[in-house]
Write a protein that binds this ligand. Structure first.
Ligand code: TRP
Length: 337
């Protein structure tokens, strides 16, 4: 398939530990599809990770693990540019310029900061506050036109669009930065916790039974699905009948997403079944998709220098694009090069 060279996809994943089924179905699986038809840049965003303190050794480990997960899930470093953010200094440079374009009023509307900073706002890092400006820099440094985002990043992408437009307007360089578009996954519903169908699956939830980690063993997956919260009703015919059954809906969504079926189709197949029977089928498909990924992650992690080489190759490609763009940006802003 010929790629359209005017379209550039950028996305980032934070290296903050074990990636889980939600990260796979909600993001990485889609990254793999996109790399077939567009020019894609996928970044391990370590500069974002340190907005909350990270143990330095653990950060290194997590960055390599995130890369290993990318590769294990099917990202191809020959087809896409894959690298870690801190190795390309342009991200931090452009983020500073954007700190001066973005407005305090805009930042104060960011709901994720409010959630993450919680009640102790005074003690949050300044980096956490201006993090959306860095995200805009990530995207626009490569003049990316499309960004695959989940619900939680929609507002940040909106901000990137505002920054691109304000920069183009203030510096009178119409159309210099593209206004990046969100890429929303079709037929996808967010993966929720296995213990509470109203909460997103998350690595920060205390119980490991709430999530399927991509490195879980077959036994762990089977056990977690067996224990996953459901209800005593059989599988209904229509989606509407799942409105008040968030846990049941979540398991059916996971099954559909992993087998590339619409939920309607899954319901057609499963109608009338008990959840105990359905769970067996669900863990079968999960084991068949997740376990090979997990094995590959472990395998890749045992060859650290191979992983470091992949990052270096990606950084070099990223630097070529970003240096060229940054040179123009500096000229536009009025810096002497
Ligand atoms: N902020 C994103 C997250 O926490 C990660 C990210 C950083 C990102 N830079 C990006 C996503 C650029 C899309 C585009 O998940």
């Amino acid at each position: 398939m010929n790629k359209n060279f005017n379209e550039v996809v950028f996305s980032g994943v934070q290296p903050t530990g074990n990636l889980h089924l939600g990260n796979y179905l909600g993001a990485i699986k889609n990254f793999v599809e996109l790399q077939k038809k567009m020019n894609c840049i996928y970044c391990v965003v370590d500069l974002h990770a340190i907005t909350v303190f990270q143990d330095p050794n653990q950060l290194k480990n997590n960055s390599l693990e995130t890369l290993a997960t990318f590769i294990a899930c099917g990202l191809d470093f020959k087809k896409s540019i894959i690298f870690n953010q801190s190795s390309v200094s342009g991200h931090a440079e452009l983020a500073w310029i954007f700190n001066c374009v973005s407005r305090l009023g805009w930042m104060n509307r960011m709901t994720q900061f409010k959630e993450k900073a919680g009640s102790n706002k005074e003690n949050a890092s300044v980096g956490l506050y201006v993090y959306p400006n860095l995200m805009a820099a990530d995207i626009l440094l490569y003049k990316a036109t499309h960004v695959p985002v989940g619900d939680d990043q929609k507002q940040h992408l909106e901000l990137s669009r505002d920054i691109a437009q304000k920069f183009n307007h203030d510096f009178k360089c119409k159309n210099f930065f593209p206004v990046p578009e969100p890429l929303i996954q079709k037929n996808f519903s967010r993966v929720m916790s296995l213990r509470d169908g109203k909460k997103k699956m998350s690595k920060s939830e205390d119980s490991d039974y709430s999530r399927i980690n991509l490195t879980d063993t077959e036994d762990e997956i089977i056990k977690k699905i067996k224990k996953a919260k459901t209800d005593s009703l059989p599988i209904p015919e229509k989606i509407q009948d799942l409105k008040n059954r968030p846990e049941a809906l979540n398991l059916l969504n996971i099954y559909s997403s992993i087998t590339n079926l619409k939920v309607e189709k899954t319901l057609e197949e499963m109608v009338g079944k008990d959840f105990s029977k359905f769970k067996k089928q669900l863990s079968d498909v999960l084991v068949s998709v997740v376990c090979p990924i997990g094995r590959k992650i472990k395998d890749l992690k045992s060859n650290r220098s191979h992983l470091v080489n992949i990052l270096n190759e990606g950084s070099n490609k990223a630097k070529k694009i970003s240096n060229e763009n940054l040179k123009k940006i500096k000229e536009i802003v009025g810096f002497i090069n």
